[in-house]
Design a protein around this ligand. Structure first.
Ligand SMILES: C[S@@+](CC[C@H](N)C(=O)[O-])C[C@H]1O[C@@H](n2cnc3c(N)ncnc32)[C@H](O)[C@@H]1O
Length: 286
């Protein structure tokens, strides 16, 4: 699969998901984005760029921190996500928040014009994220900080899914996925640099960063039921797996996941799963 085909598939998936993205009653992206912003700690008056902003999991916490004298720009390749983020900013009366359609891998923005660059669960979708990180170093002013999140990858992780869910997906159900959408192939192509903290640190140093910190912390993912989780999974990166699975396997996977997830619930109570998230922060090296 060439890069353009892959990017078009990602853009379409998130355009289709945008109306319900992070609004299905499953808690995950919002607390993760808030925690990432806490870790890079934008200060009053600073300029923040959020790449792959989605509906604004980082944008709005960042806007709170930079206050009325700062500004926050979110960019996303999916125009429907940008429309949702803009509408949320308008409703909140936040004139310091702007959202634009842009390929976050190749940001067309002035050099040294940001104090903080964030990207929560977004750089993991970039075909060449290390090259994008080097571009972010160029966008940051002296002393500028970078922060992004990713799943904590293990061998054979489905690239856009926390490992616990990969364990629940029987491999035989994935055998009819097109080869280029096989989990191992996607992970190898796009995310191998994220799996080992030592590789990550090396990659960030090579991209022009210092003081690299890699911290794995759990986000308590909650969902009302197995069905709620599976419905939600169609509104995030896992949509790419659902879209490429043949109908029979898709129906079977749905049933298997619902059963397995409901078995993890305490009686009729909601499902809570600690999901490890990798928070990476660094400072531009100059
Ligand atoms: C899992 S969502 C995360 C969104 C948001 N950061 C959050 O935490 O809720 C991934 C986002 O990355 C965006 N994305 C993927 N590839 C991108 C690219 N090349 N440039 C900009 N955005 C991209 C998707 O459209 C989607 O909105």
């Amino acid at each position: 699969m060439d890069t353009a085909t892959y990017k078009t598939a990602v853009t379409q998936a998130f355009n289709q998901a945008a109306a319900s993205y992070d609004r299905m009653g499953v808690e995950f992206f919002t607390p993760m984005g808030r925690r990432l912003v806490e870790r890079v700690a934008p200060r009053p008056g600073e300029r923040v760029l959020d790449v792959g902003c989605g509906r604004g999991a980082c944008l709005f916490p960042a806007a709170e921190r930079v206050g009325p004298t700062g500004r926050v720009l979110g960019v996303d390749i999916a125009e429907a996500m940008v429309a949702e983020a803009r509408e949320a900013a308008r409703r909140a009366g936040l004139t310091t928040v702007e959202a634009r359609v842009m390929d976050g891998e190749h940001p067309d923005l002035p050099a040294r014009s940001y104090d903080v660059v964030t990207g929560s669960y977004s750089v993991i979708f970039f075909p060449d994220a290390p090259a994008a990180l080097a571009r972010y170093a160029g966008l940051l002013a002296d002393g500028g900080r970078l922060g992004f999140t990713s799943p904590v990858f293990t061998a054979d992780t489905f690239p856009f899914l926390p490992p616990v869910f990969t364990e629940l997906i029987p491999r035989e159900l994935l055998r009819n996925l097109p080869p280029e959408w096989q989990p191992a192939e996607l992970s190898r192509r796009f995310n191998s640099w994220l799996a080992d903290p030592a590789d990550l640190v090396r990659t960030l140093r090579g991209a022009g960063f210092a003081e690299v910190d890699v911290a794995d912390e759990d986000v308590a993912m909650t969902a009302a039921s197995g069905t709620a989780w599976v419905d939600w999974s169609h509104t995030q990166g896992m949509r790419l797996l659902w879209q490429h699975l043949p109908v029979r396997e898709s129906a079977e996977l749905r049933e298997r996941l619902i059963t397995a997830l409901d078995a993890m619930r305490p009686g009729v109570g909601p499902l809570t799963i600690p999901v490890p998230v990798r928070y990476v922060t660094a400072t531009v090296a100059r």
